[in-house]
Design a protein around this ligand. Structure first.
Ligand code: FES
Length: 122
């Protein structure tokens, strides 16, 4: 794995309040940002569902439980970890995030690969 990442400003905390979920494009990558409640911090995940590539930000987000429900076929993800809850055995690709002042920076790997995990059928 390459340590070579580029930090790119994706948004500011003015547009990503605690409990907010935001869909952004960063250097051509579809990224979903979430600002978890109760000091959970900002996370950045792939923006497309690992099932059939529907936009995850269009799903139903519950900031109190940290669970995102994809509106495609109701898969559930825990946005504290990116892990699939239903079904298990899948997860979302997570980008590194840094918050400087109110700027939210996302680390985009410069490895020339697509940063999108697919569900692996056992
Ligand atoms: S596309 Fe998300 S659950 Fe099917």
């Amino acid at each position: 794995m390459s340590d070579d990442i580029r930090w790119v400003s994706a948004t500011t905390l003015d547009d990503l309040w605690e409990g907010d979920l935001l869909d952004v494009e960063v250097e051509g990558e579809n990224v979903m940002l979430v600002n978890l409640v109760d000091g959970g911090g900002v996370k950045a995940y792939q923006g497309m569902c690992p099932h059939q590539e529907i936009l995850l930000a269009d799903g139903k987000w519950d900031p109190d439980t940290n669970v995102l429900l994809c509106h495609g076929h109701n898969w559930e993800f825990d946005l504290r970890s990116g892990n699939g809850l239903n079904p298990t055995g899948c997860r979302l690709y997570e980008y590194p995030v840094r918050v400087e002042e109110s700027d939210v920076l996302v680390g985009i790997p410069q490895d020339g690969q697509r940063h999108h995990l697919r569900h692996e059928v056992p």
